[in-house]
Design a protein around this ligand. Sequence first.
Ligand code: HEC
Length: 133
Amino acid sequence: MFSDRNKYVLAMFLVGGFIIYTFQLYNSLPVKQIAVSQAADDGKILWQKKNCISCHQIYGLGGYLGPDLTNVYSKKGAVYISAILRGGTNIMPNMDLTDSEIEELLAYLKDVDQSGKADPRTFTINTNGTIHQ
Ligand code: HEC
């Protein structure tokens, strides 16, 4: 039905289109690079060791006894968070964290906060399927 030459032209057209589209897509991704500090790194390890995720969620994933903490840093602030971590509440246990451990957890929660939003209802979806924050 198609001559070999036409098949060759069609294949080149598809390969070319694939390469151009891939290049364009990877150049337009709204990727924000965030430099992770040592404190935030340590905070993440502490977050895992103390098993905060058993009661809290990040991006909606985790336990459901406590609230989602993805954006707690920008919503409630460092002073509020350190007060909760220092004393606990009626429901959340006081974990006897040291001042430096609290600083590390704050650095981690600050980084998580900058990485995105927890509530999908606040997302605007771009025409190419990516998410505008
Ligand atoms: C046993 C379950 C549990 C664990 C483990 C836990 N939390 Fe909580 N946390 C809660 C609950 C429940 C609340 C809500 C407190 C309230 O309303 O009295 C809370 C509240 C908070 C808040 C305030 C959130 C807000 O929006 O007001 C922060 C911040 C927080 N926790 C951080 C942590 C961190 C960091 C860890 C790990 C070191 C941790 N929690 C471990 C149950 C837990």
